[in-house]
Each structure stands twice: as structure tokens, then as C-alpha cells.
Design a protein around this ligand. Structure first.
Ligand SMILES: [Zn+2]
Length: 448
């Protein structure tokens, strides 16, 4: 059976991920992501109203024109998890393919919301839920399987396409977490089985984000302990404490909510995306928040909540807000600019349960946001966080478990691939032979 891989997006950047695998006549697409930084460069761009081709020209969504060189029928579009760099282009590209979107329950719900917000294209692909551990027959000889992984968003999976020539494992976005705060540990047992059963693994596509960092990425339970230590250390403070994290990081939001309660403060989630992700997770029973906990997204209800907090005393509340990267329009930045009824004063604490995404735009915005907060007298706690991506030891372990014949680095630019290429070569792979560093828009023929 001919096996071919199209590296469509995310092979020159972090963002706009998209890869397709052809096995005989069957094609499976993994991810259709958005590179948000390419959108934010422009003022007042509303992606909901833009045409795909304009977004492709901006470098914001994958240039999927290479798909016309791939001879076969698209059988499924498979987003691996709900981060925007993996699902953010679905509303712009999926309608071009006559195939269902197959994803885990939390991811499919986020995809549904994204499609509902789309104003340019009618996306009518079927939405199909599939849980980790389940499989789906795509044709007589080709099967799709979801393996449970742990990442900085709940319900993440790594999809596997089983073919007579071996398995193709799409390994983006995970860390090796054996004690996550929400959900099951990573299913390493299954990865080891896949590496040893039948024809083994033909190809492994891997996320190189942290490949240059030694050791192992700590578990979410370590971030939770760090957060507990920080919040307990300021529990006697009788002024304002504000926290921020990734809205989509439900496990972290859950920890923040619990520790707020422990130190005698009422947690309240503020900001549009806070309300969106936590509301969705609660509705789908992924997390239990206190029944009376407030979640507000609209400007008016947020302002009303801030007024109530100021009236009843800041010492009684812990607002959990958007703005961990210093995004100019997010809640925390607005608080720093004094645009909300919540008034920071000397000694108030601001906890960033996040790390700045190392990218000049983010770094600049976050710097400005912190300056604004400090000018109001706020004291900053930063980096109360662990990454969602594998470091060196996790990469060694995955190669050992899967024993892939071919490895394809992804989710980075050439510079970002370099440490992973070195790591693979130390394990016997050779660049250009069975290790394929490539760019957007290429085809890799694995079996003729
Ligand atoms: Zn991710």
C-alpha cells in the first residue's frame, strides 16, 4: 500500500498545524490550526469575516493547496485537542473536504462553537465524537485509533492510523504525565503495544517544542503544588489577590478555584474565554466547580462583578481573569490600565500561572502589562506553571516505546527542529534517510 505524508502547516512555525496521511486511497487530515500571532499583527482583524485565501496569504491558516497532489479521498479530519493552533482553521478549511470531523468530546464541543461563530463559510461536515481508546474503521485495511495523552488542555489524544505497512502515529502536543490533576494518565502501555504489534510503527510525527530542554517536563500535580504554596503564603494578606492562566487550561483553573476557597476567598472567573472554556468543561462534566461560582464573559456583567467586589471588599474574592500573555484587550491588562472598576493598590498580588510564550509579540505585550500593574502598586508572582510539551527524556521514552521506522519533526521551525534531530541521530536515525526535517507544503513518500 502506498503511504504518503503531506506536511501542510506547522512545519515552519508553532501555529497553523495541519498534516495529512494517505494510505492507499484513504486520506486522514490531522489538525487545522490558526497562527494567532499572524492575525494579531494587524489591527482590528476579525478572522470570522475573512476569506480562507486572505488568511492563507497572511500565514494565519495552513496553505492546503498541496492536498490536490494527494490522490485519495479524505475520510476524516481529526483535531487532536482544543488549542487554537490545532482547531482554529477548521471553520475556514473543513468545508472544502467531504469528510466528518472526528475528535474527543471536549474538542468536538469547542469545534462546534468555533463553527457557530464563523460568518463567511457554511461548515456542514458531520461532527463525530470518539473517545481515547476507541477505534474507527476507515476502509477494509485502514483503521483510526485514539490514544489518551496528557497536555495543558483536557481530553487530548494522539491519533494513530493503522495500515498494512505499519502504524502512523501523530504525536503532537503532549507531556508524560502520570499524575494529572484532571483526566487519565498518558497511555504509555498502549504506545508500547503499538510499537510491538504487527508491522510496528512506520512513521512518528513529533512535536519538537521542548526538545532542547534537558530532563523531563514536570506533571501538572507539580504546578498544582507550586500554586498552592504561592496562594497559601499570601493567605493572611487583606487586600486584592488576582490570578491569571490559560483559559483553556481547565486543570489549572480548577486548582485556582480550590485554593481560593482554601484561603477564604470566593473565586470568580472573568473574561470571555474564561467563561467559554470553563463553562463548556463544566457542562460536559469534565470538572465540578462550586455550584454558586460566578463565571462572567460580557463586559457589563464583568463590570458589575468588579463593582460588587469593591463594595464587599477585595479581601473576600479571588478573581481569575484572562490576560496571562499581556494581551492588550484581555481583562488583566485592562485592570492594569485602570479601565475596570477593580482598583489595584500598593501591595496587591497578581499571580501569573503561566509562562510567556517565547515570541517577541507576547514578550513585549506581557512586559507592558506587568509595567502597568506595577505602576498601580501590584506585586507579581510569575511562572507558576509547567509546560504541556515533552522535554528530552519524554522524547527518548517515546522513541523507545514506538521504535518508529521513520521520524518526522513538527510544530517548530528549522531552528526548533535542531535539538530533536540531534536527539534522534543519537538513537540511530539519519537526517535524509529515515529522519525527515521538512517544511510546509511538502509530500514525503514513505512507501511506493
Ligand atoms: Zn496544544
Amino acid at each position: 500500500m502506498e503511504i504518503e505524508i503531506a506536511t501542510i502547516g506547522g512545519y515552519e512555525e508553532v501555529g497553523r498545524q495541519m498534516t495529512a496521511v494517505r494510505a492507499g486511497d484513504d486520506v486522514v487530515i490531522f489538525d487545522m490550526g490558526l497562527n494567532l500571532s499572524k492575525v494579531l499583527l494587524h489591527d482590528n482583524v476579525e478572522t470570522e469575516k475573512l476569506h480562507s485565501l486572505d488568511l492563507i496569504d497572511m500565514g494565519a491558516i495552513p496553505d492546503d493547496r498541496v492536498m490536490s497532489d494527494l490522490e485519495g479521498d479524505v475520510k476524516a479530519i481529526v483535531p487532536t485537542h482544543g488549542h487554537l493552533d490545532h482547531i482554529g482553521a477548521i471553520s475556514k478549511l473543513a468545508h472544502r473536504y467531504n469528510a466528518p470531523i472526528v475528535a474527543s468530546p471536549f474538542t468536538i464541543e469547542l469545534v462546534k462553537q468555533q463553527i457557530q461563530g464563523e460568518e463567511k463559510f457554511g461548515v456542514e461536515n458531520d461532527l463525530m465524537k470518539m473517545e481515547a481508546g476507541e477505534t474507527m474503521q476507515l476502509s477494509d485495511e485502514v483503521e483510526l485509533e485514539f490514544v489518551n495523552v496528557t497536555h495543558s488542555i483536557i481530553d487530548a489524544i494522539n491519533p494513530v492510523v493503522h495500515t498494512p505497512e505499519g502504524a502512523i502515529v501523530y504525536g503532537l502536543d503532549k507531556r508524560m504525565d502520570h499524575s494529572p490533576v484532571l483526566g487519565d494518565p498518558i497511555d504509555m502501555k498502549r504506545f508500547r503495544e503499538i510499537g510491538r504489534e504487527g508491522p510496528g510503527v512506520l512513521a512518528y510525527i513529533e512535536d519538537c517544542t521542548n526538545a532542547g530542554r534537558k530532563g523531563r517536563t514536570p506533571s501538572e500535580s507539580v504546578a498544582r503544588r507550586h500554586l498552592k504554596d504561592v496562594l497559601y503564603s499570601i493567605q493572611d494578606y487583606d487586600g486584592g489577590i488576582v490570578a491569571t492562566t490559560f483559559s483553556s487550561h481547565i486543570a489549572r483553573v480548577k486548582s485556582l478555584v480550590e485554593f481560593a476557597d482554601d484561603i477564604g476567598r470566593t473565586p470568580v472567573l472573568l473574561g470571555r474565554s474564561m467563561e467559554k472554556y470553563s463553562g463548556t468543561a463544566e457542562r460536559l462534566n469534565f470538572v465540578d466547580f462550586p455550584e454558586d461560582m460566578g463565571m462572567f464573559g460580557h463586559r457589563k456583567s464583568v463590570d458589575r462583578t468588579f463593582k460588587r467586589i469593591m463594595k464587599e471588599g477585595k479581601e473576600n474574592y479571588l478573581p481569575i481573569v484572562t490576560g496571562h500573555q499581556g494581551e492588550p484587550r484581555a481583562m488583566l491588562t485592562r485592570m492594569g490600565r485602570g479601565e475596570t472598576p477593580y482598583q489595584l493598590q500598593d501591595g496587591d498580588k497578581v499571580v501569573f500561572s503561566a509562562r510567556v510564550i517565547p515570541e517577541p509579540t507576547n514578550e513585549g505585550q506581557r512586559y507592558q502589562s506587568e509595567r502597568l500593574l506595577k505602576m498601580q502598586g501590584a506585586r507579581i508572582f510569575d511562572d507558576v506553571h509547567v509546560s504541556g510539551h515533552l522535554r528530552e527524556e519524554g522524547h527518548y521514552e517515546m522513541l523507545d516505546a514506538l521504535q518508529p521506522q521513520h521520524v518526522i519533526p513538527a510544530h517548530q521551525n528549522m531552528k526548533g527542529y535542531a535539538p530533536y534531530v540531534d536527539l534522534c541521530e543519537s538513537q540511530g536515525y539519519r537526517l535524509g534517510r529515515d529522519l525527515h526535517a521538512t517544511r510546509n507544503g511538502n509530500l514525503i513518500q514513505l512507501v511506493d
